[in-house]
Design a protein around this ligand. Sequence first.
Ligand SMILES: [Zn+2]
Length: 237
Amino acid sequence: MLKELSLLKEMQALDTKIIRLKTLIENSPVAINECNRSYKDSQDERQKKNTDLDKALKQKRDLESSAGEKLEKIKKLRSKSADMKTNKEYQLHLKEVEQLEKEIRLIEDHILIVMEQIEELEKTSAAANKEFEKEQNKYHEAVEVVKKDQTEGEKELDALLKQRAGLVKHIPNEAYNKYMHILERKNGLAAVPAKAELCQGCFLNMPPQLFAEVMKGEKINTCPQCGRILYFEPETQ
Ligand SMILES: [Zn+2]
């Protein structure tokens, strides 16, 4: 194979790795955001459940204080019962006490319902807290992995770029410029194998004459459809 063609093949292998690494590094914040999503969801869910529980607890306290106030009223009324002068007054007083007692019973029934709700909410709230902690740990672990990949990717990229700079020196300018021109226009893929008469860049079935030339590898041939540089690669069984 023509020396510069094999150098371009080598360069393409390097560039493919470089592009992959650059994409990985650039996408790190996206990857972190992805991890963040379910963590955020569990955080919202925990917040909601805890708020519901707080509301129910407050409702219970309000009901209890309302019952307490009514009980106080009854005590006050009872303390005055000795002062009642007429039977009518006394009957009225009794009715008032009865009414208050009835109201207290209703409040107590309501408190029981709220207590059942609290019991249920305590369970779901605890579950939501647990889920949140799990997601939080998962999130921190995932962020660590992404950051580690990023750091390692940057190191590897650095090494590859050095290797690339070394390789460029050996490629004649004209061939390198042609390669770069195609690389920029063809999605980071400038040199592709021709395998079983197929361009592996665009899968054009190439003319046999061209394939024969690519097999010889004596000059730089390009695909008539996608314009990429072709090099021969034998079929693997
Ligand atoms: Zn092609």
